[in-house]
Design a protein around this ligand. Structure first.
Ligand code: ATP
Ligand code: MG
Ligand code: MG
Length: 359
């Protein structure tokens, strides 16, 4: 059939399935948790563990192509599926993007700047790295981190043991803390034929490691915006990526001008691209579904300025006030339980092009 399989059942899977439905595609969502937000909008669903071979085989046989709404799919799952059905993006996009060390190495190979970093396999490595590039620094687990989880601050060599213990002694990287002027991201789609189309660069504000607000346009120069898109293009090409991907970057300001450092890569639709649902004829979700179905990647143009605000944990209670602002679209993900730090929904406020207030 022409059903598209989505592995993972969170809000990203939900918004992928909603976009797919509008263009006549049907989706089969696979996720271990029966309460997953994506199940409510999927044409077919499987509730099973990611290592359940029989369930994965049945899922694969029902789908023309399989995609992922999160990158931390166990390698074994990808291996089982990729022998049975075309999977997009490819194993290489997932393998690189689920390991911060591989992301840094890819950037290094491509000549793309990142914060100073070192591979960490124990507290001695932390002390050595701090001696080499200084502090403050951030220790991050190589795998499975999201929303700032799996990270510990290192203010100097004295913090090495505590930081190592705090991340559960997992393989890690240490990064210099970047004194950025702002954070930006490029969300872009790449087709099977290599065509690449980027949305306008978003400017992002995080709080406690969790994305709060994305706004477009970003308050950066056209030169830096072009450079950001070039960075994303070269990463997407090097990965042989098919579908949407996002590259998070820091903008740093020096005497000689602004420059970019890549933070991390997500081989999927991204929270900093949610504004595309209302501000673009083609949202990031539809662009991803079209690309993984083998359709060409069309224009990523936008017709409005936009500000997206996440409704997080208990602030989700403020959604009625936010949603009452003029020109605002409300999204609630249907999660039963509101917990601090949990993404419950988002709002996107649109402004005519060029009319978004500067702050
Ligand atoms: P996500 O939910 O985006 O996947 P994550 O858990 O993978 O988050 P990061 O993106 O690595 O985490 O970090 C979260 C935020 O913490 C960044 O967006 C940034 O605000 C801050 N941060 C991370 N690394 C650095 C750094 N080296 N220097 C300065 N700030 C940083
Ligand atoms: Mg991340
Ligand atoms: Mg991030």
């Amino acid at each position: 059939g022409s059903t598209i399989g989505i592995l993972g059942g969170g809000q990203l899977g939900r918004m992928l399935a909603m976009a797919a439905a509008r263009i006549g595609m049907s989706c089969h969502v696979y996720c271990p948790d029966p309460d997953s937000p994506a199940f409510a909008v999927a044409a077919a669903r499987t509730v099973a563990a990611y290592d359940d071979r029989a369930a994965l085989e049945a899922f694969a046989s029902a789908c023309a192509v399989v995609t992922y709404e999160f990158e931390n799919v166990p390698a074994e799952t990808v291996e089982i599926l990729s022998g049975l059905v075309p999977a997009r993006p490819s194993g290489r996009s997932l393998a690189v993007c689920q390991d911060r060390l591989e992301e840094k190495r890819l950037c290094e190979d491509l000549g793309i700047a990142t914060a100073a970093w070192a591979r960490i396999d124990g507290p001695d490595d932390i002390r050595d790295a701090v001696e080499q590039f200084g502090a403050p620094a951030i220790l991050k687990t190589r795998r499975l981190g999201y929303d700032g989880k799996g990270q510990a601050n290192v203010m100097g060599p004295q913090d090495a043991d505590a930081a190592w213990a705090a991340i559960g002694e997992a393989p890690a990287v240490l990064e210099a803390r970047v004194p950025f002027v702002c954070e930006v991201s490029v969300v872009a789609a790449r087709g099977e034929d290599g065509t690449f189309a980027a949305y306008d660069v978003a400017e992002n504000r995080h709080d406690g490691g969790i994305l709060r607000v994305s706004r477009v346009p970003a308050r950066i120069s056209p030169e830096i915006a072009d450079e950001a898109v070039d960075v994303a293009r070269s990463i997407a090409r090097a990965l042989g990526h098919v579908g949407v991907l996002a590259v998070e970057m820091f903008v740093v300001r020096q005497a000689q001008g602004d420059s970019l450092l890549v933070n991390e890569i997500a081989p999927r639709v991204h929270n900093t691209g949610h504004w595309t649902i209302e501000a673009c004829p083609l949202s990031q979700f539809e662009a991803h579904m079209r690309a993984v179905a083998g359709w060409p990647v069309p224009s990523t143009a936008r017709f409005a300025d936009a500000e997206m605000t996440n409704l997080i944990g208990t602030d989700a209670d403020a959604w009625q006030a936010l949603a009452a602002q003029p020109g605002t679209a409300l999204h609630l993900y249907g999660k039963a339980e509101s917990r601090p730090g949990r993404k419950m929904g988002h709002v996107t406020r649109l402004f005519p092009l060029g009319e978004m207030p500067a702050d």
